[in-house]
Design a protein. Structure first.
Length: 246
């Protein structure tokens, strides 16, 4: 039986297990994502993007840090209660020190990133909701990391999430994203099971070509320092929202 997004209890996302498995240290694959995305963000002078958004922010702070180089305000859209609670704690108090190496690398690669982690996160506003709740055409820059392919097992629903991701941007608005490559249904921690929709660079190119201009698609090979979720690496995307998507 194919699991759809609305079949899943996203409020129970295992935040602590997910952080322990993926983000308590800076892994080579995420350093590669940060290097790739920093080149994307360096095209913007600091503070020249009035509003950007991180779709399905989860407990991963480094996309928000990257966006702080360019954005005066960053909306972190998150539907799950446990993820939202974690983000709220990071934004309202002292962020966990495990994020300091991520911030340091982001700032080394893009001096537009504010000098401290707290300054970077001060630009972030938590928005409770999911991709489907975002008003189309609302943002100059739209970012998404490991969301659409990990939110459903249904390829048609995956494509719809990609279409909605692009639609969040104003025509000509900038897009940056990362996807797990060939991600199957997977486990985090001892018990929890989560949907996966396997995609590769050819699929991402096919899905996004009608929706975007100036599309670039790259990949990072699998990272042996991360848990084996069954994926084969990461796919990285940049582009702009087409004025008249096909």
């Amino acid at each position: 039986m194919t699991t759809l997004n609305d079949d899943v209890n996203w409020d129970s996302w295992p935040v602590e297990d997910y952080l322990a498995e993926n983000y308590r240290e800076l892994h080579p694959s995420d350093a590669a994502v940060i290097t790739h995305h920093s080149a994307f963000y360096r095209q913007f002078a600091p503070g020249t993007v009035a509003r950007s958004v991180e779709i399905g922010a989860g407990p991963n702070l480094y996309p928000l840090i990257l966006a702080s180089a360019a954005s005066r305000r960053i909306d972190a859209v998150e539907a799950g209660a446990s993820n939202a609670a974690y983000l709220r704690r990071q934004l309202s108090g002292t962020p966990e020190r495990s994020w300091l190496p991520f911030h340091a690398l982001c700032r080394d690669l893009d001096p537009g990133v504010p000098a401290t982690l707290e300054e970077s996160l001060a630009r972030v506003r938590l928005v409770h909701g999911d991709l489907r709740s975002v008003e189309p055409g609302s943002y100059e820059l739209v970012s998404m990391h490991f969301v659409a392919e990990g939110a459903t097992e249904d390829f048609e629903e995956f494509k719809e999430f990609c279409r909605r991701f692009v639609a969040c941007a104003e025509p000509g608005g900038h897009l940056v994203a990362a996807f797990m490559e060939n991600m199957p249904t997977y486990r985090i921690g001892a018990d929890s099971r989560w949907p996966g929709c396997p995609v590769d660079t050819d699929v991402i190119t096919e899905v996004f070509t009608p929706l975007t201009d100036r599309l670039t698609v790259d990949r990072i090979p699998s990272d042996p320092t991360l848990p084996d979720y069954g994926d084969s690496g990461m796919i990285l995307l940049t582009g702009v929202a087409a004025a008249d998507p096909g």
